[in-house]
Ligand binder design. Structure first.
Ligand SMILES: [Zn+2]
Ligand SMILES: [Zn+2]
Length: 252
């Protein structure tokens, strides 16, 4: 699809497809009709999200109801319930639809939670702060929630309070996953240095606007990077388990 300037519409994003898949699973037995109330409503929600992501400027709707209906049909091609009676769908769309189908179709309540968080936060100013490497970090739950996660764990006031409280209780600051201590390794320059990771499940970010100290974990830069380096992101416990399993002394 091309607009007046001849630019191609950007590909569908995870965020937009999450909303579409959530709708699809709720309306699995219906033939999607363009311009039905449901699809018009979904089209509007998708427009809000694509604007929040900066894909479209204010007032511009990237995906019209026909495009949304087509996407729902693409998704049905991945649905065993749809294809089991010999029905076939137009086409399977692009790779991302298959990936999202595999990631979310058997977890409809998690998907719904994610979709609601995306909608709830698409008007938030937190989403305007883009992170330098958000491409690399994109969670399965989409870019918008990734931005919120990265924004919240960089909250300076909270990070300062977190470090102070750990220092007060434990007497030192080290990585909760691997135990790395910046002061010990780098000397004075490393004093008070550590990163914070926001531990609340990313799908639930829309439910709680306030970050509390217990949502933050102190992690070294390597461990933090690794948590975010693959999909799905590791939980703190998963990261700890991997590091612990690999650091068994030789001879085990
Ligand atoms: Zn670490
Ligand atoms: Zn993080």
């Amino acid at each position: 699809m091309e607009d007046k300037a001849g630019k191609r519409n950007p590909n569908w994003t995870r965020d937009e497809l999450i909303l579409a898949l959530d709708y699809y699973l709720d309306h699995r037995n219906e033939d999607p009709r363009p311009h039905s109330k449901g699809i018009l409503h979904l089209t509007k929600k998708i427009a809000v999200v694509s604007r929040a992501l900066g894909l479209a400027s204010a007032g511009v709707t990237l995906r019209n109801p026909d495009a949304v209906e087509m996407k729902l049909r693409n998704l049905s091609a991945h649905d065993p319930l749809y294809t089991e009676n010999g029905r076939t769908s137009l086409n399977r769309g692009n790779k991302l639809e298959a990936i999202l189908w595999n990631e979310f179709s058997d977890r409809p309540s998690e998907l719904k939670r994610t979709a609601s968080s995306i909608i709830a936060l698409s008007g938030s100013t937190e989403t305007t702060s883009t992170a330098e490497n958000e491409d690399e970090f994109d969670a399965p739950e989409g870019r918008l929630l990734t931005r919120i996660h990265l924004y919240r764990e960089r909250n300076r006031t909270l990070v300062k309070r977190k470090k102070a409280s750990v220092l007060r209780d434990a007497g030192r600051i080290c990585c909760e996953i691997c135990g790395f201590d910046f002061l010990e390794t780098y000397g004075e320059r490393g004093r008070n240095f550590i990163e914070c990771h926001h531990t609340a499940p990313i799908s639930s970010l829309g439910e709680n606007a306030r970050t509390s100290l217990k949502d933050l974990a102190l992690v070294c830069s390597n461990c933090h990077r690794m948590i975010h380096a693959g999909r799905p992101w590791w939980s703190l416990e998963e990261a700890k388990a991997v590091v612990a399993a690999r650091s068994l002394p030789l001879g085990y």
